[in-house]
Design a protein around this ligand. Structure first.
Ligand code: HEC
Length: 144
């Protein structure tokens, strides 16, 4: 009887750990994303941006699709669709990958998308100010 109990406890523990390992994005993560032109990679307008509006865009209102669906609620790239994509959706919490990614680089990719990947262009549906809002939210929430 006792053996069965121990077996179940171990099973639950191992499921818990494998679950968290798969749910979180990889780190370091392979990254072949194109670089923004140098002058754009140096722009940073997050100081005037609204983190609150950025959160709304990230989790709900961005069109054609909220960022959360791929990059995940917690920014690890484990959103409903994000898990299935190749290359994977960027794990914003991975310091190893994100420490050298400037606000301007993020702006460029959000505006233009990343060709050949699931990362869409948001230039048709988001104003530049809104893109800066979402960058501020991502940087201050997941990249700290
Ligand atoms: C359909 C899935 C999907 C959605 C929706 C999506 N992304 Fe992405 N995103 C990706 C993928 C996949 C990559 C990795 C691209 C690559 O490897 O080049 C990526 C990469 C990025 C990067 C990384 C840029 C870099 O230089 O490393 C940023 C920033 C980003 N996305 C922001 C956003 C924001 C902000 C939104 C919402 C407005 C969003 N994404 C919505 C799939 C998505």
């Amino acid at each position: 009887m006792k053996k069965i109990l121990i077996f179940f406890i171990l099973l639950v523990i191992s499921l818990y750990f494998s679950g968290t390992v798969f749910a979180a994005g990889k780190c370091p993560q392979p990254r072949k994303t194109k670089s923004a032109p140098v002058d754009i990679s140096k722009i940073d307008k997050t100081a005037e941006a609204s983190k609150e509006n950025g959160k709304k865009l990230y989790t709900k209102t961005a069109k054609p699709m909220a960022c959360k669906n791929c990059h995940g609620e917690t920014g690890t790239g484990d959103g409903m669709l994000g898990k299935a994509l190749k290359p994977a959706s960027t794990n914003f919490t991975c310091k190893n990958n994100m420490k050298d990614i400037s606000p301007g680089q993020m702006f460029w990719i959000i505006k233009n998308g990343s060709k050949g990947t699931g990362m869409l262009s948001f230039s048709l549906n988001m104003k530049d100010e809104e893109i800066w809002d979402v960058i501020k939210y991502i940087r201050e929430t997941f990249m700290k």
